[in-house]
Design a protein around this ligand. Structure first.
Ligand SMILES: NC(=O)c1ccc[n+]([C@@H]2O[C@H](COP(=O)([O-])OP(=O)(O)OC[C@H]3O[C@@H](n4cnc5c(N)ncnc54)[C@H](OP(=O)(O)O)[C@@H]3O)[C@@H](O)[C@H]2O)c1
Length: 311
């Protein structure tokens, strides 16, 4: 049984983040779950739903927009206690303008999935408000998902300069396809987590993919035709047959189980076996040796730190 009692989950008002909150609240040791959300109305509705579903009052809303560093820092400052675990779940394909640069100089897709979380974790550590575990919502897209047309991210030098160009969008020149860029950002976030695990051996850093998960809001920002095909045909009808999607409950369960599994190793990326997006979680280092490359990890880390420090 878990020894973790207090959690903060970003993007907890829908999809996997919300169901992770629900499942964690049902564990007897759980005392408090901070729902770190950007939209106050959606957050209040989620809190009401979760209270009803779990018959508990373990949820507190905290205002965080991961694309706005000031909100992240304020949230950490106002957090009334140190938390056992933080779930870096907010993100996805970056809204309707994923390529748009934030004032920090990164694309919105980078800011929402990665930069805001880098600032969150650094701020929690600096404030002495993180006790044990960081879980990053990664994705099999970080190693490419052939069946959905998401190509495996290809780096040329893997230098910090190249990661800077991925974060600010120059790497993609005028071919900015959010579905492809998403894989690069999840890969970079996963490498950043591995670097953090080496720099902070006092904490556990786990990158976990929820797998292909139905019933989320994730595809709502895709262009209309892509959205229709993915949401109403691919995800519910074709992908389950190919072992490429599972229920919302199963997706969130991967996070909950990982938080409670002492056998998982800090700095590793656990996701589905090769060519599928459901089923058992396996260490991706065996499938994707680049993940174990410490220079690559350091470069992904260094490049995002430069933006974090300037924020
Ligand atoms: N579903 C899958 O198959 C799958 C597979 C692999 C990985 N993932 C990852 O799992 C995570 C959760 O995705 P999901 O499928 O559950 O999608 P979702 O239903 O769209 O949930 C995403 C959540 O993140 C929030 N969010 C987005 N940008 C934010 C920002 N800048 N600041 C604060 N919150 C923000 C959203 O809030 P709003 O409601 O305000 O937009 C929403 O609550 C994502 O990181 C996604 O990349 C999903």
């Amino acid at each position: 049984m878990t020894t973790l009692k207090t959690f903060l989950i970003t993007g907890a008002n829908s999809g996997i983040g919300k169901d992770t909150a629900r499942q964690l609240a049902l564990l007897p040791n759980t005392k408090k779950i901070y729902l770190a959300c950007r939209n106050a109305q959606k957050a209040r509705q989620a809190q009401r739903d979760l209270e009803k579903q779990t018959k508990s009052h373990k949820f507190e809303i905290i205002s965080v927009d991961t694309t706005q560093p000031a909100t992240v820092k304020k949230a950490v400052h106002e957090l009334p206690e140190a938390i056992d675990a933080v779930v870096l779940n907010a993100g996805g394909i970056g809204g309707k303008t994923p390529e748009k640069l934030t004032p920090e100089g990164v694309t919105t897709i980078t800011a929402s999935n990665l930069l805001g979380h880098v600032i969150l974790v650094d701020s929690l550590i600096r404030a002495g408000k993180l006790k044990k575990t960081v879980l990053f919502a990664s994705s099999e897209a970080a190693r490419g998902i052939q069946q959905t047309g998401m190509k495996r991210p290809e780096l040329s030098s893997g230098s910090a300069e190249e990661f800077t160009r991925i974060y600010d969008g120059r790497f993609f020149e005028n071919k900015f396809d959010a579905m492809q860029v998403y894989g690069y950002i999840k890969l970079a976030g996963t490498l950043w987590m591995s670097a953090m695990a080496r720099k902070h051996p006092e904490f556990t850093f786990l990158s976990i993919s929820p797998g292909g998960t139905r019933g989320t809001e994730g595809m709502n920002d895709l262009p209309p035709i892509q959205r229709f095909v993915f949401k109403y045909i691919g995800m519910p009808l074709i992908m389950p047959l190919l072992g490429l999607s599972h229920s919302l409950e199963k997706g969130a369960q991967r996070f909950v189980n990982a938080l409670n599994n002492p056998d998982l190793r800090s700095g590793k990326f656990y996701a589905s076996k090769k060519n599928v997006l459901t089923g058992a979680l396996v260490d991706q280092g065996a499938l994707f040796p680049e993940l174990e490359d410490q220079d690559l990890q350091n470069h992904a880390y260094q490049a995002i730190q430069n933006f974090a420090q300037a924020s």
